[in-house]
Design a protein around this ligand. Structure first.
Ligand SMILES: [Cu+2]
Length: 134
């Protein structure tokens, strides 16, 4: 029993050290983003590149929202856009009132992106978040 405990402690230490040293790759990631009172929580997220990341978008408001993830040029395009509904593109998601949508993206390289709701007035109200891909 004591040997087993010691063994599991050693394995645990090795895992921590391995992750710190960067030679153990992270597995698939799952990130929950809550939408409430027209704000994203959390509004800053870090994920690794090279593994699938599933974003669980939980809309707790009784109104529509959207989660549009991209760089500055992408956001500028959508700021001026008039698409009423987004579907079929993993980084462009519409979330109906009081509903949850999941979308999975694998990022190819480190980068910094923003997720914004471009429904009229929502960005100005603060419906903006930053995603750091490391
Ligand atoms: Cu919104």
């Amino acid at each position: 029993m004591r040997v087993l405990l010691l063994l599991s402690a050693v394995v645990g230490l090795l895992l921590v050290a391995g992750q710190a040293a960067g030679f153990i790759q992270p597995g698939p990631q799952r990130v929950e983003i809550r939408i409430h009172y027209s704000h994203f929580t959390p509004s800053a997220i870090s994920v690794p590149h090279g593994v699938p990341v599933t974003f669980v978008l939980i809309n707790q408001d009784p109104i529509d929202h959207e989660w549009l993830l991209g760089d500055a040029a992408f956001q500028e395009r959508h700021r001026k856009g008039t698409e009423p509904h987004h579907a079929g593109t993993p980084n462009e998601v519409s979330i109906g009132p009081l509903s949850t949508v999941e979308t999975t993206i694998t990022f190819g390289s480190p980068q910094t992106l923003q997720y914004i709701c471009h429904l009229p007035g929502h960005e100005e109200y603060g419906m903006v978040g930053t995603l750091t891909v490391s």
